[in-house]
Write a protein that binds this ligand. Structure first.
Ligand SMILES: Nc1ncnc2c1ncn2[C@@H]1O[C@H](COP(=O)(O)OP(=O)(O)O)[C@@H](O)[C@H]1O
Ligand SMILES: [Mg+2]
Length: 234
C-alpha cells in the first residue's frame, strides 16, 4: 500500500473535524476522495502533509510512519501537494516557481525543469512571466508542475478542477491519467463528479469527517442512492 490512513482524528483547536478516518491508496492507482463542502476533504490532505497534524491515528507512506514528521520531511519522503486554490507564488516567474520547488525534493531526479516543460509546453512559453499573470488553467498546470519538481511517488490534488472551464478540466483529467502512466500514485479530492468518474480507479466518500462509503469507481457510478445522498452527482 502506497498511502494508508488508519483511524485518523484531527482537530482545529476545539473543533473536531476528522473523526476516525481511514483510507488507502494502492501503488500506481488513482483514488478519489469525494464529498460536499465542509466535510473534511482539505483537512484530510492537510493531515497527510503535516499542516494539520492528527491528534491520534496513523498515516504511513510505503510502511513509513509520517505522523511525527514535519511538512518538509513529508515532502522529502515523496509526497507532492497540489493545494486547493493552487497557491503558486504570484510575484515569482513561472521558472522561479518551479526552481524553488526543485530544492525540496531530495530523491533521484525523475523530473527536471526540461521534463516538466515537455509535459507542459505552455509553461515553457510562459517561463518568464509572473505567476499572477497566468490564466486559472495555466496556474493549475504550474501548481501540478511545481509538485512534480519534488519528484513525488504520491501526489495529492485538492480540487484541481475548481473554477476552471470544461475544456481545461478535460486537460487536467488527461494530465492525471498521464501521471498515473508514469507510475505516480494519486489521491484526488474533487467535487467535479465527471472528472473523478473519468480518472479514478477507487473512491472514498466523506461526510462529517468520516468515510461513509468506499468502492470501485465503476460501482459508485451505479449507486444512485450514495450519489444523491452524499454528492452533487445526479
Ligand atoms: N483552520 C480552521 N479552523 C477551524 N475550523 C476549520 C479550519 N479549516 C476548516 N475548518 C472546518 O473544518 C471542516 C472541514 O473543512 P475542510 O476540510 O476544509 O472541508 P472540505 O475541504 O471538504 O470543504 C469545516 O467545518 C470547516 O469549517
Ligand atoms: Mg476543501
Amino acid at each position: 500500500m502506497m498511502l494508508k490512513l488508519s483511524e485518523v482524528h484531527t482537530y482545529y483547536g476545539d473543533t473536531y473535524v476528522l473523526r476516525g478516518l481511514s483510507l488507502e491508496v494502492p501503488a500506481g492507482s488513482v483514488v478519489a476522495l469525494l464529498g460536499r463542502n465542509g466535510m473534511g476533504k482539505t483537512t484530510t490532505i492537510r493531515s497527510i502533509v503535516g499542516l494539520a497534524p492528527p491528534r491520534s491515528g496513523s498515516i504511513s507512506l510505503n510502511g513509513r510512519e509520517l505522523t511525527r514528521l514535519k511538512s518538509h520531511q513529508i515532502a522529502k519522503a515523496g509526497i507532492g501537494l497540489v493545494p486547493q486554490g493552487r497557491h503558486i507564488f504570484p510575484s515569482l516567474s513561472v521558472m522561479e516557481n518551479l526552481s524553488v520547488a526543485a530544492r525540496t525534493g531530495g530523491r533521484e531526479r525523475a523530473w527536471s525543469l526540461d521534463g516538466v516543460y515537455e509535459q507542459f509546453p505552455i509553461l515553457r512559453e510562459r517561463a518568464g512571466l509572473k505567476g499572477n499573470l497566468l490564466s486559472g488553467g495555466e496556474q493549475q498546470m504550474l501548481a501540478i508542475a511545481r509538485a512534480l519538481m519534488t519528484n513525488p511517488v504520491l501526489m495529492l490534488m485538492d480540487e484541481p478542477s475548481e473554477g476552471l472551464a470544461p475544456l481545461i478540466v478535460r486537460q487536467i483529467g488527461d494530465i492525471i491519467l498521464q501521471l498515473k502512466e508514469t507510475g505516480i500514485s494519486l489521491l484526488v479530492v474533487e467535487q467535479n463528479y465527471p472528472l473523478a468518474q473519468r480518472v479514478a480507479d477507487y473512491v472514498y466518500v466523506i461526510a462529517k469527517g468520516q468515510i461513509v462509503h468506499h468502492c470501485s469507481m465503476a460501482e459508485l457510478d451505479e449507486n444512485e442512492e450514495i450519489k444523491v445522498k452524499y454528492l452533487c452527482a445526479t
